[in-house]
Write a protein that binds this ligand. Sequence first.
Ligand code: SF4
Length: 520
Amino acid sequence: MELTLWTYEGPPHVGAIRVAASMRDVHLMLHSPQGDTYADLLFTMIEREGRRPPVTYTTFQARDLGSSTAEMVINSLRESAERFKPQVLLVADSCTAELIQDQPGALALGADLPVPVIPLEMAAYTRKENWGAAETFYQLVRGLLSRQAPPPGTERPPREPGARPSVNLLGPTKLGFRCRDDVVEIERLLSSMGVDVNVVAPLGASPQDLQAIPKADANVNLCPEVSDLTCSWLARTFGMPTISTIPMGWGATRDFIAEVASALGLDVDVDAVGESRLPWYSRSIDSTYLTGKRVFVFADGSHAIAAARVARDEMGFEVVGLGTYSRERARDVRAAAKEYGLEALITDNYLEVEAKVQELQPEMVLGTQMERHIAKRLGIPCAVISTPAHVQDYPARYSPQMGFEGANVLFDTWVHPLIMGLEEHLLHMFRDDFEFNDSVGPSHLGSEGEGARAQDSSSGAGQPDDGAIVWDFEAEKELKKIPFFVRGKARRNTEKFAVEHGLTTIEVDTLYDAKAHFSN
Ligand code: SF4
């Protein structure tokens, strides 16, 4: 048992629903108790889809457990096949159904249905949503393509002379973070390189489309949380190369272009493909004050790794913390964190994330909807860079994260929550203004930041638990002179310094000694 209040991912069957809902002509029959239809709202309210996801639930109740729930499964399967006439029927258990062991997959295979059936094992008690999506996508692709597989060891024939190079974009789904616009942006980028997109999947694809996957020259592993498993299988079985750079940020987009060119044997001038305004905005003098801002990054594996690179190399921030809730990507995030001299935080417990943010006292948090709440409580500016996200992160306007336009969007989104340069400077100098002072938020955000700022991030946030350290009045006054966005960090460092030097009272001198100590 684990006491859980917030969860970063849903159960694996939600991942299966995401794949089914992203595709055309696929239907999912989910053996589940009454009430599991709540998942529909994720699509109709957060994605704001105009149709119900293609899922039939058995919705068994307590009284059904006394009779045959297996019969309900067979009836639902028949009805789904007849009413929706899908090209493929997926069959899975939800968490509760897994306990009653009706084995709907086996029942479906024996039910002589008029459509091909792909049974899914969802492992609800050990795995989560992204794993469920990855497993569903893999089983679908494998189920549809195994028969086309050439004998092991067969060389992939070269592209026909004169044929245009093409790739598949694998991984984007409904409820993914900005997948809708990322696909448009990457298709545009590839087209300006003279590369066609053969199949985008699961988003928008039908089972028939999936059967055309081997026709492309390579696979772009666009959302590894969903497509890693499938790309490796396609590489092993069909000898298809995988393009694994995620084109998020200016530098990564250029690396992506280079990787595509090399995988397809193209001669491409990276500078001619496109340009982002991010590098110029970052270089412009108005961005000087961003340099060295201490940022904490926590997201799914791909967005965390990509955001850390943009934060350090393209915005000039200092990455002081990096982590993920995606256990499947833990190894990659650990390797990335090493590059920043950090130890990765791998957890799906938001309390651990909150404790880390409190300990590090960053000036900005890049995270998920959960980190938005954490940052709000601690009075720290925050931007959302990954799922789980709420409805405002499924916007009406074009807002990719990938490609050159995506880099523009990243720049605006991340700078927006920060206090602007002139105001930051004035706050250093005049802290007693009745309108613009430490306890109100950035003035360009109206009253938005006020609540957060009212809870002074220095008000004991870093106080040691045993209360052994006391700040004397003058020292506390001196501490207040430090602008609020770095005050928490100064408080913690001073207390750490005091503990290390066996001091129980912090005086003004201790504050300055600690400052000198840490700046050395
Ligand atoms: S079956 Fe799983 S998802 Fe459905 S209500 Fe029970 S615990 Fe929640």
